[in-house]
Design a binder for this molecule. Structure first.
Ligand code: GTP
Length: 615
């Protein structure tokens, strides 16, 4: 394989792969374009400038659709492969792999039909290219992109926007810095008015990547010639101008063979009094060779930048793939493993929130340190132990016979009544911690990167965790209420044992008047005794409620938030597991695209590597 073949062939292969992935000149893509990094030759020209004729002449075959109006309505990526002398010529379309066309009339029909397949019969245009490869001993290795002819007016049946649409599409190809522009202008028209040159000048003002082609030299008025253009005097380009004489309409009608036409063209230049001195640098065969050499040298010079752009994209795609996660395994064991792995990642993050490292766990301490003490302080003991209420409760407890020494029943009722108030703050602490935990579950799910791709599993974990938290809350409520009930079920005797002494001590003087057992002072003292007993219980509960809450809710959440979920998981079959691992379709699609693209880029890198080694 010669270098030229391998280099152009390399770009051809990458271009074909690009089209399969929807990466082509006019396509819009969320991925960076490999197509744009590749050098290509785009053919532009006004209508009837002789574009089709030039292409056919380069190929040496009649194969392009002809007709009035805009015939080329999709870009045609024409890849020419030189084969050994004497071998059979054939053509192949990318969209019809494995079918070899040896009849070029059939190629023409297929181009037409494939155009209509995307654009419909509406005469609309589309930027999706058709790829045609031609294998022939009569071609040079070259890739050309045929674009719709630039036009000034829409014809019947075409939308008004077609003129602009064509220009936009052609521009999207030729404005790319890697595009070599083959600008075709007819010689029998003023070069200053050439559509092709106008566009070329706009997108390539320095003329670096524009090849000027002048057709219809034979149709110029007698006594005039195009030497000013061909010798670069009227329009300067960095590349040489090439003059062409294609088949006339009469030749076409007579079916003049392309190979014969090539010979006639050679003869025209060789014998031309005007162009004889330029004969070796004129004609379609020369143009094909010139383009092939140029394309090859451009590819060669771009290889380092193509390689680095490919490597950069591979890195980007790989990191995106890491981010999107690996594709899901097919066997149930591996699926279960994936689910467990994701669950563990979630649990780890949840624990980090509780144990510190991530914020949120401190809010639980906030409940114990602020909310609970504040709620305890706000309990309406003043009202409950008001003189009036104490007297009422004690009297009611006494019944018809007032108490003789101390109102035992009265004390009990007052204390029990007071202790009941503790249920409120106890239950509220449980609820407050429950909501903190719930919020931490929500947060942790959001922070579990591994879960992002599995919305179903996400919802299931959230449901399982919340259900577990509800259970812990119920248990915790029962426990704290029990703590309160325990306080009422057995009172601290020591406290009361000390009371009479205090009273006597307070009395101090034996001469002091005996307390009136039914007077205000007596009830006030009872109230104050009950109040200090309740204060003592409050201090105890301030310490024991947090212990119960942590024991029943926080510790449980840390240890067995997903225990039940795991038990259920063990009973699931392959299909159900796969359902759990249902991914967001958009994400799956993106991963698939990413993977395909990665494959393309890696294949391209390998191809370039192998070509670089054989150079
Ligand atoms: N005599 C002569 N006729 C030519 C030459 N080049 C093209 N023609 C004729 O000009 C007409 C238009 O040529 P095409 O090759 O179809 O031009 P095109 O730019 O592809 O045209 P559209 O696809 O319709 O935009 C045809 O009748 C050709 O035979 C030439 O160099 N000499």
């Amino acid at each position: 394989m010669t270098t030229m073949e391998s280099l152009i062939g390399l770009v051809n292969r990458i271009q074909r792969a690009c089209t399969v992935l929807g990466d082509y000149g006019g396509g819009d893509n969320t991925f960076s374009s490999l197509w744009e990094a590749l050098p290509s030759v785009a053919v532009v020209g006004g209508q009837s400038s002789g574009k089709s004729s030039v292409l056919e002449s380069i190929v040496g075959r009649d194969f392009l659709p002809r007709g009035s109006g805009i015939v080329t309505r999709r870009p045609l990526v024409l890849q020419l492969h030189k084969t050994d002398e004497g071998s059979q010529e054939y053509a192949e379309f990318l969209h019809l792999p494995k079918r070899r066309f040896t009849d070029f009339g059939a190629v023409r029909n297929e181009i037409q039909e494939e155009t209509d397949r995307i654009t419909g019969k509406t005469k609309q245009i589309s930027p999706v290219p058709i790829h045609l490869s031609i294998y022939s001993p009569n071609v040079v290795n070259l890739t050309l992109i045929d674009l719709p002819g630039l036009t000034k007016v829409a014809i019947e049946g075409q939308p008004e926007t077609i003129v602009d649409d064509i220009e936009t599409m052609v521009r999207s190809y030729v404005e790319k810095p890697n595009c070599i522009i083959l600008a075709i202008s007819p010689a029998n028209q003023d070069i200053a008015t050439s559509d092709a040159m106008k566009l070329a000048r706009e997108v390539d003002p320095s003329g670096d990547r524009t090849f000027g082609v002048l057709t219809k030299l034979d149709l110029m008025d007698k006594g005039t010639n195009a030497l000013d253009v061909l010798e670069g005097r009227s329009y300067r380009l960095q590349q040489p101008w090439v003059g062409i004489v294609n088949r006339s309409q009469a030749d076409i009608n007579k079916n003049v063979d392309m190979i014969v036409a090539r010979r006639k063209e050679r003869e025209y230049f060789a014998t031309s009094p005007d162009y004889g001195h330029l004969a070796s640098k004129m004609g379609s065969e020369y143009l094909a060779k010139l383009l092939s050499q140029h394309l090859e040298s451009v590819i060669r010079s771009r290889i380092p930048s193509i390689t680095s752009s490919i490597n950069k994209t591979i890195d980007e795609l790989e990191s995106e793939m890491d981010h999107l996660g690996r594709p899901i395994a097919l066997d149930a064991g591996a699926q279960l493993y994936t689910v467990l792995e994701v669950c563990r990642a979630f649990e780890r993050i949840f624990k980090e929130h509780l144990d510190g490292g991530r914020p949120g766990g401190d809010r639980i301490y906030g409940v114990f340190d602020n909310q609970l003490p504040a709620a305890l302080k706000k309990l309406p003991f003043d009202r409950h132990l008001s003189l009036q209420n104490v007297r009422r409760v004690v009297s009611e407890a006494d019944g018809y016979q007032p108490h003789l020494i101390a109102p035992e029943q009265g004390y009990r009722r007052l204390i029990e009544g007071a202790l009941n108030y503790f249920r409120g703050p106890a239950e509220a602490s449980v609820d407050a911690v429950h909501f903190v935990l719930k919020e931490l579950v929500r947060k942790s799910i959001g922070e579990t990167q591994e879960l992002k791709r599995f919305p179903t599993l996400q919802a299931d974990i959230a449901a399982a965790a919340n259900e577990a938290l509800e259970r812990f809350r119920d248990e915790s409520k029962k426990t704290v209420v029990r703590l309160v009930d325990m306080e009422s079920s057995y009172l601290t005797v020591d406290f009361f044992r000390k009371l009479p002494q205090e009273v006597e001590n307070k009395g101090g003087n034996p001469q002091a008047p005996v307390t009136d057992r039914y007077g205000e002072g007596h009830f006030r003292r009872i109230g104050s005794n009950v109040s200090s007993y309740v204060g003592m219980v409050s201090d105890t509960l301030k310490n024991t409620i947090p212990k119960a809450v942590v024991f029943c809710q926080v510790k449980e959440a840390k240890q067995s938030l997903l225990t039940r979920f795991y038990t259920q998981l063990g009973k699931k079959e392959g299909k159900q597991l796969l359902q759990l691992l249902d991914e967001d379709p958009a994400l799956m699609e993106r991963r698939q695209q990413c993977a395909k693209r990665l494959e393309l880029y890696k294949a391209a890198r390998d191809e370039i590597d192998s070509v670089s080694w054989t150079r």
